[in-house]
Design a protein around this ligand. Structure first.
Ligand code: NDP
Length: 294
């Protein structure tokens, strides 16, 4: 029986995960098909119930469901529990287990961005959704001493900070209102800036004005392409990285959870590059956009 792995999100039509995971299955001759399921939040519970079937090998979860789906799991791994967000599901009999492989993906991306420098201690995170939870958890684990979260809806940022309460008790983790002057003041004290909002995903906008970017910042955008934020940051003299490595490594970790086999990372990377060159997509679960070359 051909097994199925599904991506649940909204929208999902142009996801890069399909190309990457299907290439890995085909390469290792695993009889499995990666399917994209576009589901609205109201359909999430019934969709998760469908995943208990024998033919389901596992699933990925993307924007905007990562937090909500965590509550529908029979069991969660430590990382899923710690973040309160699930991006990968495995099935044990009829039981569903929630994992968070974004945490592992983010670590690879952060390490690459920091390079040989000493790991910084101060960060600004834009966003408080499922992706931001993996980012903040990763920063706590790396030993960051001050992490300031800005989110359009402040209460969601505050909820996230509250969620991390105990694990962040040794450091300064706080949510602040989204005001340019406050972001600017915090950026002046920070070394790392992460965009974990979806601003710039389906148009060419940046979450913050170029003028407040300082040259010594390390800037990571979880969106998988050269966003306006990344172009502004590079122009300001910052080191930058997009979401490619995080996407690749969260996907590799998910592949191993589903199949029990090491992920063919080069095959997956090449499939991502090809999908990107074909204009398949711009970010995890999201449609591609036309980006000005200037
Ligand atoms: P969620 O839906 O959980 O969160 C979306 C976030 O973006 C929230 O903080 C939301 O703020 C903010 N946001 C959305 N639209 C606006 C807007 N118009 N103005 C201001 N803020 C806005 O999504 P995820 O956390 O799962 O994903 C967020 C981004 O990260 C996406 O672009 C996704 O592609 C990317 N991502 C990439 C990964 C990778 O592997 N490279 C992994 C995970 C995520 P509010 O709460 O106020 O609505």
């Amino acid at each position: 029986m051909t097994k199925r792995v599904v991506l649940i999100g909204h929208p999902v039509a142009h996801s890069l995960s399909g190309a990457m995971q299907q290439a890995a299955f085909d390469h290792l001759e695993i009889d499995a098909r990666y399917e994209l399921w576009d589901r609205l939040p109201a359909q999430l519970a019934e969709t998760v119930a469908e995943l208990r079937g024998e033919d389901i090998l596992g699933a990925n979860v993307t924007i905007p469901h990562k937090e909500r789906v965590a509550q529908l799991m029979d069991r969660q791994t430590d990382e899923a529990h710690a973040t309160g967000a699930v991006n990968t599901l495995t099935r044990e009999g009829k039981k569903l287990v929630g994992h968070n492989t974004d945490v592992a993906g983010f670590k690879v991306a952060l390490d690459r961005l920091v390079g040989r420098q000493k790991m910084p201690r101060q960060a600004v995170v834009l966003g408080a959704g499922g992706g931001a939870r993996a980012v903040v958890y990763g920063l706590i684990r790396e030993g960051f001493q001050r992490v300031v979260v800005f989110n359009r809806h402040l209460h969601r940022g505050e909820q996230m900070v509250k969620h991390f309460g105990r694990s962040a008790s040794h450091m300064d983790l706080r949510a602040m209102p989204w005001h340019e002057s406050i972001i600017e003041a915090e950026l002046a004290k920070a070394k790392v800036l992460v965009n974990a909002t979806s601003i710039g995903l389906d148009d060419d906008t940046s979450p913050i004005p170029a003028e407040i970017l300082t040259p010594d910042l390390l800037v990571l955008d979880l969106i998988y392409r050269q966003t306006r934020l990344l172009r502004d940051a590079a122009a300001a003299g910052c080191a930058t990285a997009d979401g490619e490595l995080m996407l690749l490594h969260q996907g590799a970790a998910a592949f191993t959870l589903w199949t029990g086999q090491p992920a063919p990372i080069e095959v997956m990377h090449e499939a991502l590059r090809l999908a990107r060159a074909d204009g398949v997509g711009s970010a995890e679960g999201e449609p591609g956009i036309v980006v000005p070359t200037a």
